[in-house]
Design a protein around this ligand. Structure first.
Ligand code: SAM
Ligand code: SF4
Length: 342
């Protein structure tokens, strides 16, 4: 085959209408979870019927199709990714893309509860850094925020991850009147253990049966509060995600801010999100989505799937527009974070 023809058959990279290359895929492998965090889920959630879920083999094939189109970073999330039955089989299988060099990074975002069981295996399958979500170090508050979680288990999970050699980044949602007095102790704790800490603003995703306005704390306010006792130095460090980092002079550690509400970070968005039913969301903050399950199941080859992926990427919107105020009663999008994956 001549060179030009061979080149024309190479699957092309994913570039959206605004010239942004999509090389980061986040996959929500389940919408279920062993916690019920107040900002993420209502207490009585209805989950997807099991038969609607993609099988682990189908998820593997879909991820493979994206990797063939230039995705270099894959994050498994949920719901709680580590409660999906057989999840380690999927991670083991995906690790072949790390060995081949096609994938730069395979990682997860987890609530940490299952890490005592799985941390070692995750490290064995080539994971290097993971994100653990933890909003407070106070056991009672932790129970109040997660409704079902136990702080001790998560702390044991973080210990297990670090012992297995995984780098851990802590993500904490900033919650007005709940953990805003704890940022100093979270910084001291995380940095003392060599972990970056990132604060996240509450986003209006899904009905949760409580007012967002009561939870929402603009990170500009959190930052000002932290700066009363700490020296924050702007640094260039980026992880490929939307966080902006500073160095805390007193601890030497990094503190990140993810500010979807007060600062729009869409210009450099390089990601798309796949749900456990094979729906692709081109933006976390928009309803528009593409069904990849139908083309996936329609044939064994990936031509139909690739065409559907191309069509979806051509619709990736410029950005999102979240509003949390007293007049805006409905969430910006109706699906919960546990569906799209955080
Ligand atoms: N269960 C895993 C966990 O908690 O890390 C992964 C999924 S969870 C949906 C991913 C991240 O989204 C978590 O850090 C969580 O705190 C965050 N999150 C959930 N709902 C949110 C919301 N409404 N606004 C901002 N962050 C949210
Ligand atoms: Fe579960 Fe994560 Fe949502 Fe909490 S934030 S309910 S741990 S999916």
């Amino acid at each position: 085959m001549d060179f030009e023809r061979a080149a024309s058959l190479q699957p092309s990279p994913l570039v959206d209408p605004f010239g942004r290359t999509v090389d980061y895929l986040r996959v929500s492998v389940t919408d279920r979870c062993d916690f019920r965090c107040v900002y993420c889920m209502s207490e009585n959630m209805t989950f997807l019927p099991k038969q609607d879920l993609l099988t682990l083999e189908e998820l593997d094939r879909l991820c493979g199709a994206f990797i063939a189109r230039g995705v270099r970073k894959l994050r498994l999330t949920g719901g709680e990714p580590l409660v999906r039955r057989g999840i380690m089989t999927l991670i083991e299988s995906l690790s072949r893309h790390l060995r081949s060099g096609a994938l730069e990074e395979l990682t997860i975002t987890t609530n940490g509860s299952q890490l005592p069981k799985y941390a070692r295996e995750l490290a064995d399958y080539g994971l290097k850094r993971i994100n653990v979500s933890l909003d407070t170090l106070d056991a009672d508050k932790f129970r109040a925020i997660t409704r079902w979680g136990e702080l001790d288990k998560v702390l044991a999970g973080i210990d297990a991850a670090q012992s297995a050699g995984l780098k851990v980044k802590i993500n904490a949602v900033a919650l007005k009147g709940v953990n805003e007095d704890e940022f100093g102790s979270l910084i001291a704790w995380a940095h003392g253990r060599g972990m970056d800490l990132t604060l996240i603003e509450v986003m209006p995703l899904g009905e949760i049966g409580e007012g967002r306005i009561d939870q929402y704390l603009p990170l500009s306010m959190a930052r000002a509060r932290i700066a009363e006792r700490h020296t924050l130095e702007d640094i260039d460090y980026r992880t490929g995600g939307p966080a902006r980092y500073v160095r805390v002079k007193e601890t030497g550690g990094r503190l990140g801010f993810i500010t979807p509400m007060t600062h729009n970070f869409c210009e450099s968005c390089n990601r798309v999100r796949l749900t456990c039913t094979g729906t692709l969301y081109m933006c976390l903050g928009q309803e528009d989505a593409a069904d990849l399950r139908t083309p996936l199941r329609a044939s064994e080859g990936n031509d139909l799937l690739n065409a559907a992926i191309d069509e979806a990427i051509s619709r990736k919107p410029k950005g999102h527009d979240f509003v949390i105020d007293r007049r805006t009663k409905r969430p910006a999008v109706s699906r919960h974070m546990s569906v799209t994956g955080g």
